[in-house]
Design a protein around this ligand. Structure first.
Ligand code: NAD
Length: 252
């Protein structure tokens, strides 16, 4: 049987191509999930929707800015009215503004906190309410290796991702008796649009970083998606409150 048969999954930040959210949506579609994919990028989202439907998935796309509290309430209400339940939430949407701290404005700092961390807080809170009604679920929050160790140019980004890690553990502990699991995923350098932006920002620094990777290559979005799939599925039923590092040995 498909690994996500009859599961309803909400994935944020699913528009970007190549992007982690899109790859997760495709992986979930192949495993029989019913999908609600969201993003602020309506055009990219339509492409992902067409591609998951081409795989036979029952899916809808919703425009959502993850920083909006009301947007989260409306999104989860739509999931419940369309599918009657929410089994899986993947908080994937995020941005990276990579600068040294002495070059970063408060606007850039606050945007990363809002999009990468506060959104995950609201998303978890609203998903928990829905999951408790139907007997449980699995939440997967996208963090980063920058949320585990200090790295130059990741000051605000790293802080936001470290917050996601601790938030995930708190959600897991508070909801273990409600059959809701919560884990964080910590990718290293994965070839998506976010890395294209980083490369444009500072090509010299980017090439040095890729050269220095232990496996001498970046990871693929599919290599992260398969790990998210494991945490979302019942195969990880006794895994909660932990972090899965997907970094090709970068911070070993
Ligand atoms: P990406 O830029 O390709 O995709 C991010 C998606 O988030 C985009 O579709 C974008 O439109 C969406 N988004 C941004 N702001 C939003 C908002 N306010 N509301 C709703 N959607 C919004 O990036 P990616 O590499 O696919 O990253 C996905 C996640 O993985 C992010 O949380 C990122 O921090 C994390 N991550 C990525 C890497 C990497 O190397 N690619 C490494 C570690 C962690």
């Amino acid at each position: 049987m498909a690994r996500l048969h009859n599961k309803v999954a909400l994935i944020t930040g699913a528009a970007s191509n190549p992007g982690l959210g899109r790859s997760i949506a495709l992986a979930f579609a192949k495993e029989g999930a019913k999908l609600v994919i969201t993003d602020i990028d309506a055009k990219g989202l339509e492409t992902t929707l067409a591609d998951v439907k081409a795989l036979g998935a029952d899916a809808i796309a919703l425009s959502q800015n993850v920083t909006s509290e009301q947007g989260w309430i409306d999104t989860i209400a739509t999931v419940e009215s369309k599918y009657g339940q929410l089994d899986i939430l993947v908080n994937n949407a995020g941005i990276a503004i990579l600068r040294n701290i002495d070059e970063m404005t408060m606007d850039e700092y606050n945007r990363q906190m809002d999009i990468n961390m506060s959104s995950v807080f609201i998303g978890c809170r609203e998903a928990i309410k829905a999951m408790r009604k139907t007997g449980g679920g699995s939440i997967v929050n996208m963090s980063s290796v920058a949320g585990l160790v200090g790295m130059p140019r990741t000051g605000a980004y790293g802080v936001s991702k470290a917050g996601v890690r601790i938030l995930s553990k708190t959600v897991a502990l508070e909801n273990a008796r409600h059959n809701i699991r919560c884990n964080s995923v910590h990718p290293g350098m994965i070839m998506t649009n976010i890395q294209e932006d980083a490369k444009r920002d500072n090509p010299e620094h980017f090439d040095i970083l890729v050269d220095s990777l232990p496996m001498s290559r970046m990871g693929t979005p599919e290599e992260v998606a398969s790990c998210v799939l494991f945490l979302a599925s019942d195969e990880s039923s006794y895994v909660s409150g932990t972090e899965l590092v997907v970094d090709g040995c970068l911070v070993a």
